[in-house]
Design a protein around this ligand. Structure first.
Ligand code: SF4
Length: 355
């Protein structure tokens, strides 16, 4: 249990710092509109603020309220999301917009329990919407908050284990300024993002520097502790862009793998790297079609696409065929229509590079 004087000291130091130092003005800060707060929180998960800002602005411009977002087609929303990654967020965004629009008359629930019933809304997002939009006394606990608390209070229990996470969540709740949860939450997240950074924290500019245990004990780089290293899976993707008569073969990805619902060209995944001459041969693609007159337009170099748990090593073969050969699962689509479809960032990077 945090003693009362600690709590007062912590929240006062944070508030004063925020009033004087905070200059990270963003369009979603200080607002009370739950739709825009929710939108910003979904976009900013696993995303840098600089990148998320452009997407946030585009979404607000295209869909100024939850009803316009709910009425958009899946593909329109995916297209706007294209390049942001973590596409399950986008699927949840669509689902929740439709739930709010159709089942809640456009109004977000004003309670933690109600918010937690929405797709893609966990404790963190519920606390953010609840405190920022409705002034509920809920402490946000994201990576920034975990880092600040574990350093200031010198907590070395791993934050990726249930007991470490729980201890820090309880501490966050005890420290929360319940009279002004929105300001407190914004301040601690900003401090973690701009001062108490993962590497080389700027302790000289920190309001907690006099009392921070990690600083006093020279442990700023060791805290917070994580028990596990993220395991990386390496995958080899070879895409065939097959073009004929102004059309290309595409399909929509289904199943539980990455990039669900996005579009892609003919994919062959292998266990190891494949030589360029293989990629030029029709037999490599093994499409069950007769060999038509094939012209090799280009074969790309290797592109590496890093996801949280996967490293995708990919090459693109661009071939032209004299006939619209049939390939199971793929559809010949006009090139002009393909531009309207949402593709994984790996593919759009390649498309941009050959334009
Ligand atoms: S003193 Fe340094 S390590 Fe401690 S909370 Fe501040 S920035 Fe983080």
């Amino acid at each position: 249990m945090v003693e009362k004087q600690h709590k007062v000291w912590f929240s006062r130091a944070l508030k004063n710092w925020h009033l004087v130092e905070n200059n990270r003005m963003m369009p979603w800060k200080g607002i009370k509109d739950p739709y825009k707060i929710w939108l910003s929180e979904v976009i900013l998960q696993q995303t840098r603020v600089e990148q998320g800002l452009a997407y946030y602005n585009r979404f607000v411009e295209s869909y100024p309220d939850v009803h316009t977002l709910a009425n958009a087609s899946d593909n329109q929303v995916f297209k706007l999301w294209e390049g942001l990654g973590y596409y399950s967020r986008c699927r949840n965004l669509i689902k929740t917009a439709r739930t709010i629009s159709m089942e809640h008359a456009g109004l977000f629930p004003a309670s933690k329990e109600g918010l937690l019933t929405l797709s893609g809304v966990g404790n963190y997002t519920a606390a953010a919407i609840g405190s920022f939009a409705f002034g509920l006394p809920l402490a946000v606990v994201d990576g920034n908050v975990l880092r600040v608390l574990s350093r200031v209070f010198g907590i070395s229990t791993p934050i990726d284990l249930p007991e470490g996470r729980k201890a820090l969540e309880q501490l966050a709740e005890q420290l929360l300024d319940i009279k002004n949860p929105a300001l407190y939450n914004q301040a601690i997240m900003d401090l973690g993002a701009t001062v108490c950074k993962p590497r080389q924290p700027i302790c000289g500019a920190c309001p907690f520097r006099q009392k921070c245990l990690a600083l006093a004990q020279g442990k700023t780089e060791q805290l917070p502790v994580k028990s596990k290293k993220i395991k990386q899976r390496e995958r080899f993707f070879y895409y065939l862009i097959l073009e004929s008569k102004g059309k290309q073969l595409v399909r929509q990805r289904k199943g539980k793998d990455i990039w669900q619902d996005l579009f892609e060209f003919i994919l062959k995944e292998t266990d190891e790297p494949v030589e360029e001459k293989e990629l030029k041969s029709w037999s490599f693609w093994n499409l069950g079609a007769k060999k038509e007159k094939i012209e090799v337009v280009s074969i790309s170099g290797e592109m590496v696409h890093q996801l949280t748990h996967q490293k995708i090593r990919c090459r693109m073969a661009y071939l032209r065929s004299s006939a619209l050969v049939k390939v199971d699962g793929y559809h010949w689509t006009d090139i002009s229509s393909i531009k309207q479809l949402a593709f994984p960032r790996l593919i759009t990077r390649y498309q941009t590079s050959i334009r």
